[in-house]
Design a binder for this molecule. Sequence first.
Ligand code: DGJ
Length: 678
Amino acid sequence: MSITYFNEDKTFKLDTVNSTYLIHIVDKGFLLHGYYGRKISDHNTTYLTRIYEFPFYPAVNNRENGSFMDAAPFEYPASDRGDYRGRAIEAESLKGYRTFDMRYVSHRIYEGKPKLEGLPATFAGKDEADTLEIECLEPVLNINVTLLYSVFKNKDVITRSVIVKNNSEEAVYLTRIMSLCLDMDNEDYDLITLNGSWARERHIDRRRIHKGMTSVSSSRGESSHQEHPFLAVLDHNATNDHGSVYGFNFVYSGNFTASVNYTQFDSLRIMMGINPCDFRWKLEPCESFVSPEAVMVYSGNGLNEMTHTFHDLYRNNLIRSPYKDKKRPILINNWEATYFDFDSEKLLSIAREAGKSGIEMLVMDDGWFGTRSSDNMALGDWYVNEDKLKGGLKALVDRINEIPVAGTDKKMKFGIWVEPEMISPDSDLFREHPDYAIQIPDRDPALIRNQLVLDLSRKEVVDCIYSMISKVLKSANIEYVKWDMNRGLTDLGSCLLPGERQGELLHRYMLGVYDMQERLVNDFPDLLLENCSSGGARFDPGMLYYSPQIWCSDDTDAIERLAIQEGTALIYPLSCIGAHVSDCPNHTVFRNTPFKTRGDVALLGTFGYELDITKIPEEDRAMIPKQVEQYHKFHMLIQDGDYYRISSFRENNLYDCTEVVKKDRSEALVTFVQVLAR
Ligand code: DGJ
């Protein structure tokens, strides 16, 4: 067992291979955090909680509750009881009171790891993980709070989640529920977050932790281009290979917050959970709320080790798709080749030329359905535009499937793009069901890319869209789907939710998205699903649970990609990172880069092409078979190997260098890209 309860000392000890996590139950049932870090044999660390020092804690001196509440390292701090460092949970009673206090009641330790209903989460067999459930009670509101900790025995990983159950006879409103809280002393730590923008996602940002609150968050209804549900706290002198690093990642694709509060007594309070902004969940008597999962990784040997732990965890215990261990077909996507201007003949010409170079799959991107001739219309009309695809989808796919792939005895595969979460005001679906869009009556909704978001908090909307999409997928031999999502959420109104429940919309929306993806992967088990969101606005562990790869960024420029892929690979395996070779000058930044560089950078991802292969310069086209060969040679190494950052253009302003090493150390691939010359 990786979890031990020491009855005498009322202490829980959670051990991974190289780390230890300690929780103490102290007088009055308070749960205090004892220790997290490098593995230790000791379990009684109550001295680290300093509860017997001045200011005294309530059992000793009831006069000084406030000092204790504002200084003790709480495992899951309550609200409005004198702890001003940030609350983990908050609930509003029908009378409008928001005080929440909770104390230990009981606990359970068992082998394995429970599923979180309706939510993506890491999974583990009985031999891989043990779970501790600590049951607490808020005595006045009669609400039970269960803190869940799953400890991975052979990885330095502990996952956390929280279940809140209303056992009273009155409803309450849950207004804040963090999945993770961690109090620890600051030891001159740095903070790493991943920040960016559209076409500049997940750049690594490292700085000293300053006094007060620092946070990253999203209130866009998606995990976002701008900030990422991740943070790492690490020794100020930690490098890729040395020092202590604590990494935290949230398995959720909607609004999040992740914060560090550097307090008056030089402690840190780290929190991660659903963003309380726009969140208000009504819990009726007997109802429960399950928080999404937060993953904690400890590395005593720098950032690369943290990266390896995340990569191994996600490859083995998060991504479910059978493709996670399979070779991905080399695809060619027509988006940057044609945008909306294509028909069957154009696609066939690209596929034929691609086949000659050994490319294995054609992906038909946006523009094949309804009246879609630009991004102004037709989202929601998931039937084939036969003006573009003469004879229909099956006729096209059958012809694609006849194209030989050079150097193999295989035929070309076919994949398709969809954007199931959206509706265009100019669509048959909107004309028939305007109420399907998220919007507020009597207000003009904010359009982004001239589209609105479907109200996936409603089951009938999920059913309707899913039945249209699955009909398309069954109509032809479609082996890959790119699921896109091209705008953030605004005008948060659902016509079916009563006023007091409108604050549930964003989370219910996410549950609807997850439900639809769950149906898709169950009904089409052999399908290769790639998630996407205006590039990489929803590249997170929540989506990885359903799709083994995610389109990383709309910026396909090889040099811009160095920083984007570096930040993404800090947590996510290379085999998840959608990366393509595109044409030059690059469509986003207009930079020219050698075709070889473009190929080498895309190789550190899922590898594919996104260009009009019938039009690129002959010398570039001549290099494709060599790049294809390179992919066949290295794909397993890249898929399963350990990834090392050696040096980054971000830091040295000259070049970028990474390495992927086979687990048995028998093979390595070093990629060096000279960005600037001096
Ligand atoms: C955004 C995606 O990131 C692109 O790759 C492309 O699929 C477009 N959407 C299509 O509208």
